[in-house]
Design a protein around this ligand. Structure first.
Ligand code: NI
Length: 171
């Protein structure tokens, strides 16, 4: 297994739409294993375009205190979402160090294929619903900052750029 390099904002790949995965695609098991290994270092969710692969694959690992074992979603599709929305703090491995509340549907139902290409239908709320929606956004070239007002987004981007400059200036 390999730890993959995570693309950071403003890499243009993060803005592209990922393609549906073909069940005959033999690279998927290896990709999922590498994505889990990469996610183990930090974070609770990772989407393939963040590691420069434009395929509709997501891995989620909410950690041991959440009671939900790590799982992969291939070609995930939200088929229902609640009208009720809630704000929830979002962070992103492609924008390390910045966080903001994003308002999204509180509850969702998602269809996806697991790593063996078996179909699943899952109802999710709370952190899991936030994470799935955040990761599916990545498959459509969308980042959590896109949900914010222009002003809030610009403040966050400035903060991120400053942090990045500071860390590259260190000896
Ligand atoms: Ni993200």
């Amino acid at each position: 297994m390999t730890i993959l390099t995570i693309l950071h904002y403003p890499d243009s790949t993060l803005r592209k739409t990922s393609l549906l995965v073909d069940p005959k695609d033999a690279t998927i098991p290896g990709l999922i294993a590498d994505m889990f290994e990469t996610l183990a270092i930090d974070g609770i969710g990772l989407a393939a375009p963040q590691v420069d692969v434009l395929k509709r694959v997501v891995v989620i690992d909410l950690g041991s205190d959440q009671d939900i074992p790590p799982f992969a979603l291939i070609n995930p599709e939200i088929c229902w979402c609640s009208e009720r929305t809630v704000p929830y703090s979002n962070g992103c491995l492609s924008l390390p160090g910045v966080y903001a509340d994003v308002v999204r549907p509180e509850e969702i139902e998602v269809k996806y294929l697991d790593e063996n290409f078996n179909q699943h239908h899952l109802k999710a709320n709370d952190l899991l619903a936030v994470c799935i929606q955040h990761e599916i956004d990545h498959l459509d070239g969308k980042l959590f900052i896109d949900h914010l007002s222009k002003l809030k987004r610009e403040v966050l981007i400035r903060k991120f750029v400053k942090k990045t400059q500071r860390s590259t200036e260190l000896p």
